[in-house]
Design a protein around this ligand. Structure first.
Ligand code: MG
Length: 158
């Protein structure tokens, strides 16, 4: 049995914040604003897995007005969601994702991102795809005001 889920997320880019994508710290003059570490890729992935399980969204499980999640590492959220998935007898078949960011280029980081995600998602790196797209100078991504991520996940019942 398979279940499919999609997730997306957007965060404002500001000065004085770190930029963390898929658990990897990116060297960037702008960082993502948010209550937690604002890791868009992790948030999109959490929503995709929760969506596949029909368990609501990230905000339902980790309300952004709760002080204990301030600056929290988003891998905490992802580990929790993976726990819910495993409780229900599912594992990751594959993940496809796109990070929309104008600068810097993400390619030098994608192998590290995939390695970290594979560990948390308890799967192999060849089951995880992380693509990068710029905003071509248009929209909030193109104008370097935001970072966005989209993720699709397929779960299989073990
Ligand atoms: Mg978010």
């Amino acid at each position: 049995m398979h279940r499919i889920g999609i997730g997306s997320d957007i965060h404002r880019l500001v000065e004085g914040r770190p930029l963390v994508i898929g658990g990897v710290k990116i060297d960037s003059e702008l960082g993502a604003e948010g209550h937690s570490d604002a890791d868009v890729l992790c948030h999109a992935l959490c929503d995709a897995i929760l969506g596949a399980l029909a368990l609501g969204d990230l905000g339902k499980h980790f309300p952004s007005d709760e002080e204990r999640w301030r600056n929290a590492e988003s891998f905490i959220f992802l580990r929790y969601v993976v726990g819910l998935m495993k409780e229900r007898g599912f594992s990751i078949s594959n993940v496809d994702s796109t990070v929309h960011l104008e600068k810097p280029k993400l390619r030098p980081y994608t192998d590290d991102i995939k390695r970290g995600l594979a560990e948390v998602l308890e799967t192999e790196t060849n089951c995880i795809s992380v693509k990068a797209k710029t905003g071509e100078g248009v929209d909030a991504v193109g104008e370097r005001r935001a970072i966005r991520a989209d993720a699709t996940v397929l779960l299989a019942k073990v």
